[in-house]
Ligand binder design. Structure first.
Ligand SMILES: Nc1ncnc2c1ncn2[C@@H]1O[C@H](COP(=O)(O)OP(=O)(O)O)[C@@H](O)[C@H]1O
Ligand SMILES: [Mg+2]
Length: 242
C-alpha cells in the first residue's frame, strides 16, 4: 500500500464532503478514484496533499503519517498533483512555467538567469516527452486547454514525484489528446510511477486503470479491478441515482 487514509472526514458548513473515507491505493499501479459530481474526490486530493486540513482521520504514505502536514512537506515526501481547473501562469512561457514548478537550486537560484543548464534541459525534456516542446517559448495563455493540462503535468513531473495525483486529466481535452494522455500515463507508470486519477471519462478509466475506488457521498462504496467495477450494482446505482 502506498497511499492510505483512514476515516478521513471533512465538512464545509453543513455539507459533508468526506464522510470517514478509508481507502488504500496500490503502489506501482494506475489507481482511479471515480464517483458522481460532489462525491468528495477533489476534497480527498486536497486533504491528502495538505491543501486543506481534514476534520478527522489519517493520511499515511509509505508508512509515514502525513496527516495535516503542509503541502511542501507532502510534495517532498514524493506526492505530486494536478488541479481540476489547471493551474499555470498565463503570462509566463511554457518553459518558464515548467521551471517555476520546482524551487531554484543554489544560493543565487532566485535569479532565473542563474538556472542551471541541466535544469533547463530537464524541463525541455519533459515538454518533449509530453509532445509540447514546440510551445516552449509560447505564453501559457496561448496554449489550448489540453496543452495547458499537459504543461501542468510537465511541471508536476519536474519534481520527480513517485506518486502522481491527477484531477480530471481528460476534462475538456479533445479526443486526439485524450488518447495521448492515456498512453503517457501508462508509460510513466511502466517507469515506476504510481498514479491516482480522478476522471469522468469511463473509457479512459477502464482502459488504463489497474485498481478503481468508487466514491459516493464522501466515502468509498466499491473497489476493485475494472472488470469488477464495470458490473458492480452499487456503482451503477450511485451513477444512475437508483
Ligand atoms: N471549499 C469548499 N467550500 C464549500 N463546499 C465545498 C468546498 N469544496 C467542496 N465543497 C463541497 O463538498 C462536496 C464535495 O465536493 P468535491 O470534493 O469538489 O467533489 P468532486 O470532486 O467529487 O466533484 C460538494 O458538495 C461541494 O460543493
Ligand atoms: Mg472534483
Amino acid at each position: 500500500m502506498t497511499l492510505e487514509t483512514t476515516g478521513l472526514s471533512k465538512a464545509f458548513g453543513g455539507v459533508t464532503a468526506l464522510d470517514g473515507a478509508s481507502v488504500s491505493f496500490h503502489q506501482g499501479e494506475v489507481n482511479a478514484l471515480i464517483g458522481p459530481n460532489g462525491s468528495g474526490k477533489t476534497t480527498y486530493f486536497n486533504c491528502v496533499t495538505g491543501m486543506i486540513k481534514p476534520d478527522g482521520g489519517t493520511v499515511s504514505y509509505q508508512g509515514r503519517d502525513l496527516t495535516g502536514k503542509a503541502p511542501h512537506r507532502i510534495a517532498r515526501a514524493g506526492i505530486g498533483r494536478t488541479f481540476q481547473l489547471c493551474r499555470t501562469f498565463p503570462r509566463m512561457t511554457a518553459l518558464e512555467n515548467v521551471l517555476s514548478a520546482v524551487p531554484p537550486t543554489g544560493l543565487i537560484g532566485g535569479l532565473r538567469s542563474a538556472r542551471g543548464r541541466a535544469e533547463i534541459e530537464r524541463a525541455m525534456g519533459w515538454l518533449t516527452r509530453l509532445g509540447i516542446e514546440h510551445l516552449a517559448g509560447s505564453e501559457a495563455r496561448d496554449l489550448s486547454w489540453g496543452q495547458q493540462k499537459l504543461l501542468e503535468l510537465a511541471g508536476v513531473l519536474m519534481a520527480e514525484p513517485e506518486t502522481v495525483l491527477l484531477d480530471e486529466p481528460a476534462g475538456g481535452v479533445n479526443p486526439a489528446l485524450l488518447d495521448r494522455i492515456g498512453v503517457l500515463i501508462r508509460e510513466l507508470n511502466a517507469e515506476g510511477r504510481t498514479f491516482v486519477i480522478v476522471e469522468h471519462n469511463m473509457d479512459l478509466v477502464m482502459s488504463i486503470s489497474d485498481h478503481i475506488v468508487v466514491f459516493d457521498r464522501g466515502r468509498p462504496i466499491a473497489e476493485g479491478p475494472p472488470s469488477q467495477i464495470r458490473t458492480d450494482e452499487r456503482v451503477l446505482g450511485a451513477y444512475l441515482g437508483v
